[in-house]
Design a protein. Sequence first.
Length: 260
Amino acid sequence: MSDHLTIERDGSVATLTLNRADSHNAISLGMYRELPDLVAGVDADPGVKVLVVRGAGERAFASGADISEFQEVRGDAASAKAYNEHVAAAEHALESFSKPTVAMIHGYCIGGGFGLALACDLRFGDERSRFAITPAKLGLVYSLESTKRLVDLVGPARTKWVLYSGQQIRAERALALGVLDELYDAAELEEQTYEFCRLVTTRAQFSVRAAKQIVGRITNGQVEDDEHTTHLRNSSFDTDDYAEGVRAFLAKRSPEFTWS
């Protein structure tokens, strides 16, 4: 693991930090390359129930891809193809993470940083948050998968506004559009984000992860149950956590779930 991506764990909550505060956490090709294996390792850890993604320092989640290296690593169509594949793999690693993911956003969340945030399940920010996707300022084309994630959140017309203009979106507007799921004062963002994550760790994890799978299938066009979703629902009745949930409800106490 490089110094530019770090993983820390506090109980059942892990934190992936984009750790280049001196460059507003600009995402290098090396970071994109490293991220999938790093995330896969966290996903495989049965002790982790939620992943928070954040930027180091106080000024940015991530200011975007590291444009200073573009001439070297994205200088023509061939090198750009390889570069784009690494970006897609990094975003897919977050999107396909089997457990809940929360992007904690303060300051700039631009370009590639916005792409990583869109790949997370939820986005919590503070009033300093600023969002933009800027291919139109660089003569580039945003990927279909990344565009779809934005369309799923804000709709096609607003996605066009974002991509056509490349303009920054302030935090209050991001909340109204649905880019942000929660908006907090700067002093409260970290506390509130981790409080929510700790709450999720107390819920039945089979239920939480099944919900993530089913929502993902719906956003990809599935409208009726199939064998997989039916099995998910029916098999939940055979889990120890279902029995514990019923016992706890009847006893009027908090459940102690054990499935992980």
